[in-house]
Design a protein around this ligand. Structure first.
Ligand SMILES: Nc1ncnc2c1ncn2[C@@H]1O[C@H](COP(=O)(O)OP(=O)(O)O)[C@@H](O)[C@H]1O
Ligand SMILES: [Mg+2]
Length: 214
């Protein structure tokens, strides 16, 4: 899918007494200014791509994620946000699958292949295990594009690498497209992205299609 992304903000600060004082003290002009975050960026995202968006806080990661998401929905893709996957306070085995065998298949695919975990509730799982349960539900939902902002932000970096590794592995197995954004830059090895985007301030960025590994 070919996408073109343009995002600009024109920001006029509201002139409160304090705003005026700051402007005066730091020599800021308050005339209308245009902030360009993306300027006619052309992106090609293929089904099955693993897209890793990284870069500093405030550089425009969430914006590009939202833009891609909207464009894909417009093009008829079934997009699911990993953080929005609903979980109920019931045993995992009762929350996925059409029957017992299907439930075990889905949980195992997501890396939850331990009978002890089947009978636990989501709130009794570790963050990493919870993430895997979300993945089981995503696989079941049949969504073809999985999106996660602030990906692994709350996880310790070892769990983060495991979660990232599992995510790309499962996505590649079922042919889903994955798009994640995070300020953490340590996930290249575990995610093995097929499209890598590093965003800098203003409209600067680096886009790369790493050569196929393995
Ligand atoms: N409605 C808005 N008006 C002006 N600037 C905005 C608006 N929304 C976001 N921005 C700016 O766009 C930049 C990128 O935002 P965002 O994509 O959320 O960054 P991040 O990379 O941290 O996810 C930020 O510097 C933010 O201040
Ligand atoms: Mg963000």
């Amino acid at each position: 899918m070919e996408l073109t992304i343009t995002k600009k903000f024109s920001s006029t600060a509201e002139r409160s007494p304090r705003v005026l004082e700051v402007a005066e003290a730091f020599g800021l002009g308050l005339a209308e200014k245009e902030f360009v975050i993306y300027d006619d960026l052309k992106l090609e995202i293929r089904q099955g791509d693993v897209v890793y968006v990284t870069g500093q806080s405030g550089s425009g990661k969430s914006i590009i994620l939202r833009e891609i998401e909207q464009e894909m929905v417009k093009h008829g893709a079934k997009v699911a946000n990993i953080d929005m996957v609903p979980m109920e306070s019931r045993a995992l085995i009762d929350q996925v699958g059409t029957d017992m065998a299907d439930a075990i298949r889905l949980l195992s695919l997501a890396g939850l292949n331990d009978a002890y975990l089947f009978i636990r509730k989501p709130e009794e799982l570790s963050d990493g295990q919870k993430y895997r349960f979300r993945l089981a539900k995503l696989i079941e939902s049949g969504s073809t594009v999985w999106v996660a902002d602030e990906f692994t932000a709350t996880l310790d970096r070892i769990t983060a690498a495991v979660v990232a590794f599992n995510l790309q592995k499962i996505a590649r197995k079922v042919g889903a497209t994955v798009i994640v954004a995070t300020t953490h830059m340590d996930l290249r090895e575990s995610l093995q992205p097929s499209l890598y985007i590093e965003k800098y301030y203003r409209d600067r960025l680096h886009v790369e299609r790493p050569v196929e590994q393995k």
